[in-house]
Design a protein around this ligand. Sequence first.
Ligand code: SF4
Length: 379
Amino acid sequence: MIDSQVVRLSTLLRRKVSVREELASKLNRKERKEALRDGHAIREPRPCGLTVHPGRGCSYGCLYCYIWDTGVPTKPEPYGLDGLQLTYAIASNPYTLVGEDGTFLAFGSITEPFLPRIVDKTLEYLGSVKRYLGNPSQFSTKSHLKEDQAKFIASIDPSVSALITIPVLKWAAKLEPNAPPPELRFETIRNLLDAGLHVALFMRPLIPGISEVDGPEILKRAAQLGVKGIIFGGLRVTKNILVRLKGIGLSGLETRMLREPKGPRDQVPIDGRVVKELLVNKAEELNLKVYPSACSANVSAHHLGCRMCSMGPCGGPIPEYDPEEVEQALAILGIDAKVVPRGPKIVVYLRKVKVRNARKVKYLVSTATKRMVGIRRLR
Ligand code: SF4
């Protein structure tokens, strides 16, 4: 947190401009153009922050994975931008703020960040983000990270939030055929903890019928190692995922679909409420903190406080803000706004509601103040 718990949107916007200028001066015209055309410079953050893609594709072949249905290749390829371009792209994104109070960043998403083909790019991106932006960063992985790799990651970004994915034990060889076995992932947890990093267990997806059996043991082992907490994530299935899971003997999941699929690639959530409740109780017995979402672990790793969504509040105190200061900061962007606190939320009234402006205001104000923001028309 900057400014002793009082956040100033104008300071954050100025910082973004100066970081962007510094990065622009290090890139040539072609490199800047490539970065500005890239998705990291354009797309809106997801609930857990902006996803950072050090690569595309994954060779672990997990049968429950949805990326195969989205056209992402199974052969992993590193991302095209270099580290400077990537940070320039993030700093140029209209929806982001940079710095320790800035947009949460989640590394991975459409790849496994520590695959041999991808790992160098991941480390380059992590280093560049830490050096030039300083945003709260997080990665999730199933890879086996040895002691020296864990130490190296900690030397690049000692505050990075690490999520280690272990959803199953006995079924791992069938469900995650090319991923390192759970034993090696427990070793990853130990190595990252020994390196001083904030490590949480990512139990995703919860698979009814399996997770009840394997989950308690996974939680016990993770608690013994000293993880900071756990995030549970549900299973979403497409038609292809159901076929793959049936192929290894996991049938009946279609009866737990929470709605009818809208098409062959539609990801439909599976009802895992009972198994989640059981495992939440187990985690609490083990004194494991249950984070409501991945970003909540990121917030905790960076000693922040957040109330940007209904799952919060998460972490520590939420920063104070001055509505007038936020209005003045938006005026610098040419946006005429009235900022009104509404309990824990903020309503921003805009004189002209252009969709792009409205979304930009929503992200900028929400990220800076770490509160939920609603946009209304000023009459
Ligand atoms: S309130 Fe918690 S779950 Fe919601 S965005 Fe913030 S950190 Fe994430």
